[in-house]
Ligand binder design. Sequence first.
Ligand code: PLP
Length: 396
Amino acid sequence: MYHQQAYALGSNRSCIRELFEYGRIRAKEVGPENVFDFSIGNPSIPAPPQVDETIRQLLTDTDSLSLHGYTPAVGDDATRQAIAQSLHDRYGVDVTADELFIGSGAAPELCAVFKALTFPGAKILALAPYFPEYKPFVEAAGAIFEAVPPDIPGFQIPLQALEQRLTENTAAVIVNSPNNPSGAVYTRQALQQLAQLLQRKQKQFGHPIYIVSDEPYRELVYDGVSVPFIPTIYTNTVVCYSFSKSLSLPGERIGYIYVPRQATDGQALYLAVAGAARSLGHVCAPSLWQKVIARCCHLQPDLLAYDKNRRTLYEGLLQAGYEIAPPDGAFYLFVKAPGGDAQAFSEFAKTMDILLVPGDGFGCPGWFRLCYCVSYDKIVRSLPVFARLLEKWNEK
Ligand code: PLP
């Protein structure tokens, strides 16, 4: 006997993984230079050099036992203080170490927060298009997952559709900006309207409705666009942050949760998050990486390479005749599927060795995602293939 829901998750590979594996097989058959794999969001710029320098320093100036030993379950004091200082410097917020929980990346942090927010019958809403893993994370926490249909073509917050879905069972709304997969960044005005709506609904239902702000792409924005820090707009916000993308450290598993003390039941909620993490066995994030982050959490990525890829791909695809969502952040372009069936278009693109992810799994059929963390050369060489793809598709 085993857990059927867990079996289903383990045995069904995600569409993104499947495309990625397919790309590896095709690369062996036709050569990696001939496969245009835009499927997976693995950073393609190296971590800032200070990260590796810090590791070398730590290896010489820190004794081995403390470098590799357990830290407190919620994370090292020095790491939490450094993050608190960095948040203060950047957003002017007064954060203290005891509002921060060091986690092993956004994924387990979200699992802990969903579990901490779940009451019997609780619903957690995600704004489409959304990261597909939210659904299993929410369901594993024991809550009901519900998607709010997207705001097309601007991909801002679908306020009206959200309002219709807010009920007294709503525990939280997941916000992910810059967004995977749309690349959209929610404007301050849109976030303020969201805050007003949630405040009104909190009053109506007589209990808090939290925003869970999933922020792995917070630093990845272009053209001077700014990403508002949501706790300064809506107090009942829990932030799940990750250094996976900002510092190009996805395999190292490090990030943090910020539960503001000013949030409703803030201190209790922090303890509930710590307790949920404990029950998931998600405590004491990697010790070496906590120490690296204590010294590097203020670093900003050098986005030149992503920006060059973004502009080239965006302009090239526009010229070829594709319709694209405003690509303000993260490292994704979200493109309207010609003919409206993204799955069919993705299958057809495979025949020309272009790998793109249909939006169906993101709750947004009719669109597909391209991840532009690939080499610039590949972007340039892909453009004529994209143009041919569209021509051939239209001839069908
Ligand atoms: N949330 C979003 C929107 C993501 O795109 C990802 C990873 O791609 C995650 C969470 C998980 O991030 P992490 O690697 O920090 O667990």
